[in-house]
Design a protein around this ligand. Structure first.
Ligand SMILES: [Zn+2]
Length: 198
C-alpha cells in the first residue's frame, strides 16, 4: 500500500523501519500531555511516527515509544483511542478530497446519474455509496461497478454527502479518473484496513 517513494523518510518508532514520511502516521503531544494523531503531518512540535499498522501501534504503546520520542511524560492512551482518532482523520481527509473534487467538477452525484455514468464509455475511478442508501439501489449500483471492476465503497450518510456537495441528500456519487481519485482510493484502503483491525 505504498505510493511512489522519493520524499523525506522517517522511522517507525515501533518496528524501526524507515519509510516515506507520508506513508507513516505522525503523532504529536498536545499541551495537556495527550497523544494526538497528526494525520496531515502539519502540527508544530516534535513528531513521533509509526507505520499505519495495528501491530506497530500496539508495539508503540507497549514499548513506550511516545514517552521516549517526545522526551516527556504523556497521558496514558489506549489503542482503541488512537484507532478512533485515526479513523476520524482518514474520514475527514476523504471528505476534504471529495470537496476539492467537487469544486473541480470531477464528481457526479445522484443514483441515476451514477448508474448512467457506469453504463457509459467514460467510466469513473470510484463510486461511493452512503451508509443509508436503499439496499435495492445500492446493490444495483454495486453490481454495475463490480462488473466494470470499479471500486465501490460505502461510507458516510446521505445527508453528509449532500452537504459536502451543496445539495440535498445524495446517496451515491462517482469520481472521475484523476489524481485526486487515486488519493481517495488510497485513503479508502487505509480506512478499510483500520476497520478490519478494530
Ligand atoms: Zn512499524
Amino acid at each position: 500500500m505504498t505510493r511512489e517513494s522519493g520524499g523525506p523518510q522517517r522511522t517507525c518508532g515501533a518496528c524501526r523501519t524507515a519509510r516515506d514520511k507520508k506513508d507513516l502516521v505522525r503523532f504529536v503531544l498536545a499541551p495537556d500531555g495527550s497523544v494526538l494523531v497528526d494525520y496531515r503531518q502539519r502540527l508544530p512540535g516534535r513528531g513521533v511516527y509509526t507505520c499505519f499498522d495495528l501491530s506497530c501501534l500496539t508495539a508503540a504503546l507497549k514499548k513506550n515509544v511516545f514517552r521516549r520520542g517526545f522526551r516527556k511524560e504523556c497521558q496514558p492512551v489506549a489503542l482503541n483511542e488512537l484507532q478512533r482518532q485515526l479513523c476520524q482523520a482518514v474520514e475527514q481527509k476523504i471528505l476534504n478530497l471529495i470537496g476539492i473534487a467537487r469544486k473541480s467538477g470531477q464528481i457526479v452525484s445522484g443514483t441515476q446519474a451514477v448508474l448512467d455514468l457506469l453504463k457509459s464509455a467514460n467510466t469513473p475511478a470510484l463510486v461511493l455509496l452512503s451508509d443509508d442508501i436503499s439496499s435495492a439501489i445500492g446493490d444495483k449500483i454495486r453490481r454495475s461497478a463490480e462488473s466494470k471492476k470499479i471500486l465501490c465503497a460505502q461510507l458516510f450518510d446521505k445527508e453528509l454527502i449532500g452537504q459536502l456537495l451543496g445539495k440535498e441528500e445524495r446517496s451515491a456519487i462517482a469520481m472521475e479518473k484523476c489524481s485526486l481519485a487515486s488519493t481517495v482510493m488510497y485513503e479508502l484502503q487505509r480506512l478499510e484496513q483500520l476497520q478490519r483491525e478494530i
